[in-house]
Design a protein around this ligand. Structure first.
Ligand code: SAH
Length: 447
């Protein structure tokens, strides 16, 4: 087996984007932050009997996280690998004494060497297994009535839907599939066939170009998998229409996870001067405009995203005169606004993933503190700050501490008036807390 360098796992659900990998920014002042803080890959597992059925045997005592039903098996937990499993092959996982624990997808190239498909020994990991898992995920969204609010929806949310590494987002009658790990990569055609059969979309488009692919040793790939991509793809969420660029947009084209948080912002925007930082295609801005904001200044570093945002204002016949768009680095733009003594009544900060893993937490914390400190300074008394982190490496607690530090340094008192998370089509499996990557706080600056 070839030697691979230590890799840190990254939650695959919302990668850093914008043509920039934010990890480069947070790494700037330190040459090798990951080398000091990332979990080191332990020595490679011992190779067992090559003629045996593919099986991973864990080191003594390393079965505990699996017994708690956490679906990831790290390379350091593995005692030996029997058979000669290829990347994506299904392997049995056994504890040190040989007892069955799970069926998992194998990937020798990842620090997460196996991801669990099933905990039941009698399960067979085949097309029927995937059909049943996918049907369950679709049925759950129906049963929760999520289609009432939007025809854009995360239909499959990876580990939390029992399908590690698989993301499927629906935009009207187009599905976008993202394969984030070797397991779903192996079953790519089977998964596409099942989605075609169960959802009958006009197109299944593959966007397997997330940061996480690199960590899995998988090549970047995107393009049409089934059907044909219509010229225009659109979603309507909470009555607002958004054009979605499935082929070249960020992530799978749109940030579905913020749907309900955007709607909340809309309900609080009336009569306010709003600043929307990291606005992408105008999500929060459009809700604020519809909600009766006095003015909305939106900032993003992506010119393409800003163009689509302005198209979206037209699509919804909103008052373009109230909207100002700025293509800029938010870190610089906030400083300029502070120097100009501009003030706002409602600010949204929804940056990309500054800390994909805990290894980046320290540098990312500084970046979060910086923008939030500036945000607090730009708010009028009584103003509202909607602040988010989609970093898997930043916990709820740490995020709240960072924001508290930012308010203190900005010299303001603030109250948390609401805690926010991703919308319900992004469920979090209780045994997989990494699924809760998106955290938000609504803060009110005390006058
Ligand atoms: N709030 C958006 C999603 C934001 S995603 C919505 O509801 O749809 C994060 C955005 O930050 C992306 O559009 C990306 O282009 C932008 N971005 C990343 N780094 C940036 C920077 N330093 N300055 C400005 N924008 C940045």
């Amino acid at each position: 087996m070839s030697q691979t360098k230590p890799r840190s796992p990254s939650t695959p659900h919302r990668q850093s984007q914008g043509g920039k990998d934010f990890r480069k920014r947070v790494q700037r002042s330190s040459k090798h932050p990951a080398a000091t803080t990332a979990p080191q890959a332990a020595s490679k597992p011992r190779l067992g009997n090559p003629a045996a059925k593919p099986c991973i045997t864990l080191k003594a005592g390393r079965e505990k996280s699996l017994q708690r039903r956490h679906p990831w098996i790290f390379s350091g937990a593995i005692e030996c690998v029997d058979g000669t499993p290829a990347s994506g092959d299904t392997v049995a996982v056994r504890d040190f004494s040989g007892d069955f624990l799970a069926w998992a997808a194998y990937n020798a190239d990842s620090q997460i060497t196996a991801r669990v498909w099933s905990w039941r020994e009698k399960d067979v990991i085949d097309a029927n297994f995937f059909r049943s898992r996918i049907a369950d995920a679709l049925a759950a969204r129906k049963a929760l009535g999520l289609e009432r609010d939007s025809n854009g929806m995360r239909m499959i949310h990876g580990e939390s839907d029992g399908l590690p590494g698989l993301i499927v987002d629906r935009y009207g009658d187009v599905l976008v599939m993202q394969l984030g790990s070797a397991g779903p990569e192996h079953w790519r055609d089977t998964l596409a066939d099942i989605l075609q059969e169960l959802c009958a979309p006009v197109c299944i488009y593959e966007r397997s170009d997330s940061d996480g692919r690199e960590l899995e040793g998988l090549p970047v790939r995107s393009g049409v998998l089934r059907g044909a991509l219509p010229d225009k793809v659109e979603v309507t969420e909470h009555g607002i229409r958004f054009a979605v660029d499935v082929a070249a947009g960020q992530k799978t084209g749109f940030y579905l996870d913020q749907r309900d948080n955007r709607a909340l912002t809309g309900t609080l925007a009336a009569g306010r001067d709003v600043l929307n930082c990291f606005c992408y295609t105008g999500g929060f801005s459009l809700y604020a405009l519809r909600g009766g904001a006095k003015s909305v200044l939106s900032i993003d570093s992506s010119q393409e995203a800003l163009q689509l945002a302005q198209t979206n204002v037209q699509l919804n016949a909103l008052d373009a005169a109230k909207a100002e768009w700025q293509c800029a680095d938010v870190f610089d733009a906030l400083r300029k606004l502070r120097d100009q003594n501009r003030k706002f009544d409602l600010i949204v900060l929804d940056p990309p993933k500054f800390a994909p893993t805990a290894a980046f937490a320290e540098k990312a914390s500084r970046a979060y503190k910086d923008i939030n400190l500036l945000g607090f300074k730009l708010l009028r008394p009584g103003g509202l700050l909607f602040t988010y982190s989609c970093s898997g490496g930043i916990s709820d607690d740490l995020f709240q501490k960072i924001i508290a530090g930012a308010a203190l340094d900005a010299g303001v008192d603030a109250q948390i008036v609401k805690k926010l998370h991703a919308a319900a089509d992004h469920p979090v499996l209780l045994t997989f807390p990494e699924g809760a990557y998106l955290k938000g706080l609504v803060l009110r600056v005390v006058g």
